[in-house]
Design a protein around this ligand. Structure first.
Ligand code: LLP
Length: 444
């Protein structure tokens, strides 16, 4: 028996609020983004495919710069990176947070100035560090005691590298346990509570090759409330005051990381950037004033909030199966292009595009094509009851941590990324083909 068909379309089914601002309804149930029909894109580039609205990315960069006019805004490349993306970020005047030689070299190849990059990583490889030093990245963020001497040694006696120290402020925040990085008991950073942050700072200050410009923290991801940032900034100011007392040193910058949450489904909350900027700035200024510290320049590192809302994933329905009370709508992608539902229980709001629905909504589960029951893209969503093989689904808020975390599970190639802008579409990343996958296997 299939799930009951609802007669009244619930509010939200036709809501475009989480699509890029350029999204416009077209006749016959189609949708255009960046002036391009999504159904046409699916025909032209095949499915699954990821669409990225250039104007949405640029607008979001500008929103950050306007909200944080005095701060340094760095885009976290891990959310999504391509050469075009690096150029847009560069042109919009943001810096770049990279965390591997791969991200570093791709951005560099796209012309991104290394001095505007910050290198992160809890386990930096020798190549990560060597490349960062050779290309001249602006900052390296020290994440463990053992890398202090390594970075200093690789810098060489004549060199001097600007570094920051990543501190764990003891603040729990984030959309899921796996993306909470502000407390002890997880792998990132140096603890404030057990003294390892202070210890590492002292060691960095003792290295003539390293110039400690400031402290860093990143408390988690998909945070929709300002308060955890305020607690974190207070603790960071407390630490800066203790460092001044014990070493007579003050810092010129304070990087509060990223983690700014977005709405994935209509009606969900997003972090209020203006409130964050205002309250973070005020908290920092008051804290520094009462501790007698100069106010360091703030830095923020948004990834998701810039990329996610600019992306739309397109899938074609391969089968619709009614099993007991469930309607399983199986599409031609899945956990290989979007592991987020499986990893973090992330929820999405897919919608039918390319034709008008002729039936009321039904509760359905959108699943992928991979060989495990957990390969679910969207659980318990409303889709038209006449959903059928060959239909197209568009999943909004797909621009972050999907393509960048995609795998070739089941030897399904990774999808292409198509940029849309002012009515034109252009391929940024081509589809990974069977030939690509075969070539890597050298047969031995
Ligand atoms: N800065 C640092 C040091 C980070 O580790 C991260 C993200 C960011 C900035 C950017 O955070 P955002 O603004 O994007 O939240 N794969 C997970 C998210 C992992 C976040 C990793 N670090 C997801 O799909 O939800």
């Amino acid at each position: 028996m299939s799930a009951p068909v609802l007669t009244e379309p619930p509010a939200g089914l036709d809501d475009l609020s989480v699509f890029p601002a350029s999204a416009v309804r077209l006749p016959h149930g189609d949708l255009s983004v960046g002036g391009v029909s999504l159904a046409d894109l699916a025909d032209r580039f095949g499915t699954p495919a990821y669409v990225l609205d250039e104007a949405e990315v640029r607008t979001r960069c500008r929103t950050y710069r306007a909200a944080f006019p005095e701060a340094h805004v760095l885009y976290a490349a891990k959310a999504f990176l391509s050469r075009a993306m690096a150029r847009w970020i560069e042109e919009e005047g943001l810096g770049l947070d990279v965390c591997s030689v791969g991200e570093l070299e791709l951005a560099h190849a796209a012309g991104f100035p290394p001095e505007r990059m910050v290198l992160h990583g809890n386990a930096k490889t020798p190549r990560d560090i060597e490349t960062a030093l050779r290309l001249g990245v602006g900052r390296i963020v020290v994440d463990s005691p053992s890398e202090i001497a390594r970075i200093a040694a690789l810098t060489g006696p004549a060199g001097r590298q600007k570094v920051m120290v990543r501190v764990v402020p003891g603040v729990s925040a984030g959309g899921h346990e796996k993306i909470r990085t502000g407390t002890d008991g997880q792998k990132f950073g140096l603890s404030l509570t057990d003294g390892s942050a202070q210890h590492a700072i002292a060691r960095v200050l003792g290295q003539p090759q390293l110039e400690l410009t400031g402290l860093h923290c990143h408390i988690g991801s998909q945070i929709t409330d300002v308060k955890p940032y305020l607690v974190a900034v207070r603790r960071m100011v407390g630490l800066m005051a203790r460092i001044k007392e014990s070493h007579g040193v003050t810092f010129s910058e304070l990087d509060m990381g990223g983690g700014h949450g977005v709405a994935y489904r209509p009606g969900e909350a997003a972090l209020d950037l203006t409130a964050l900027a205002r309250r973070l700035g005020a908290e920092l200024a008051t804290g520094c004033a009462s501790a007698g510290l100069p106010v360091p320049r703030l830095a923020v590192e948004p990834g998701r909030a810039i990329a996610a809302p600019a992306g739309v994933a397109l899938y074609r329905v391969l089968s619709v199966k009614h099993t007991g009370p469930n309607t399983f709508v199986a599409v031609d992608g899945g956990m290989s292009d979007n592991p987020r539902p499986a990893l973090y229980g992330a929820r999405y709001a897919p919608r039918l595009i390319g034709r008008a629905a002729t039936a009321g909504p039904v509760a359905a589960t959108v699943v992928g094509r991979h060989c495990e029951a957990g390969d679910i893209l969207a659980n318990d969503v409303l889709l038209p009851a006449d959903i059928r093989t060959g239909d197209l689904l568009a999943v909004p808020v797909a621009g972050a941590y999907q393509v960048s975390m995609a795998s070739a599970y089941n030897l399904v190639g990774r999808p292409p990324v198509v940029a849309v802008h002012e009515g034109a579409a252009r391929l940024l990343i081509r589809r990974e083909t069977q030939e690509d996958l075969r070539q890597r296997d050298i047969g031995g």
